[in-house]
Design a protein around this ligand. Sequence first.
Ligand SMILES: *Cc1c(COP(=O)(O)O)cnc(C)c1O
Length: 374
Amino acid sequence: MTITSFNPPRRTLMGPGPSDISPQVLAALSKPTIGHLDPLFIGMMDELKTLLQYAFQTKNDITMAVSAPGSAGMETCFVNLVEPGETVIVCINGVFGNRMKENVERLGATAVVVDGEWGRAVDPAQLDACLKAHPEAKFVAFVHAETSTGALSDAKTLCAIAKQHDCLTIVDAVTSLGGVELRVDDWQIDAIYSGSQKCLSCVPGLSPVSFSPAAVEKIKARTTKVQSWFLDQTLVMDYWADNAGGKRSYHHTAPVNSLYALHESLLNLYNEGLENAWKRHADQHKALATGLAELGIKFIVPESERLPQLNAVYIPEGIDDVNVRSYLLNEFNLEIGAGLGAFAGKAWRIGLMGYSAKNENVLLCLAALKQALK
Ligand SMILES: *Cc1c(COP(=O)(O)O)cnc(C)c1O
């Protein structure tokens, strides 16, 4: 057997993530590796924290990137905040809400489900009714942007309802961060996690997280040890907190070059401006939606609840899912996403995330789909 270097083709990534990565971010990745306790690296990490606070719109001191993908960010939030025997209300309207429930149950806690319709936003009235029926609940968890269905929930309203019932809020912002309006402090979000490879257009494998002062207090008041050693924030906080006084101690080896890339992608977002980035996603979504309508392709989610960065559409009748996606990949180097969960085989998910949300991608996708449908 002869093994040679791996040379991936240059694809256009318009699926549910990873998204296209800009040449600057890829270049940042190949800069020289330095030690993760090198003073220059620590200076870069301080900037990274400031950039993350900007992206999340938060002043939270505990704002950092977990050294693992979005799923680990999810697990970080649940494993640190929730103790065995506690009750968490989990709103489920797609695949990722289900994963939250899995997390809660594996911790020996109780998940009370607000069972929502797939392809729709979480219903605030349903959450309110559930909170009234479960005064023992300490947390409300939901997915802001449900990537499996393309639905955007009203995070501000859902958090406000949770707060009326004295609950801490845990929010999945893996697909929403950088793509749609998100304001952690204004909206009273206590624990939030995201992913590097969706609207931040960075390499996969990092999960930005942030904890409010109330969440930190809850973690510090734990009576049981955090089950996971690696994700235990009480051990990592010292590395990231301001009060570390510049003294960073070893917990695990930081993924140095991936963090350079995250720094660069967040700097791009900062230079563009959050509002401008949100508008760019909305504009590109409109252009794509107009073109899809001309091809007779219909959206799953009602217009007012749609995610601009993840367009979930029904596969037209008589069209073979796998044939079309292979054709796009082989003939146009274009990746779009398949349906997930209840939508497997019935839907396509067309991503317009981060660097992928641009004119040339929208036009390529529409032209390639038109050709494929012929
Ligand atoms: C992609 C995604 C995740 C999981 O992120 P990974 O980086 O794949 O682990 C979680 N939640 C949502 C909403 C996602 O879109």
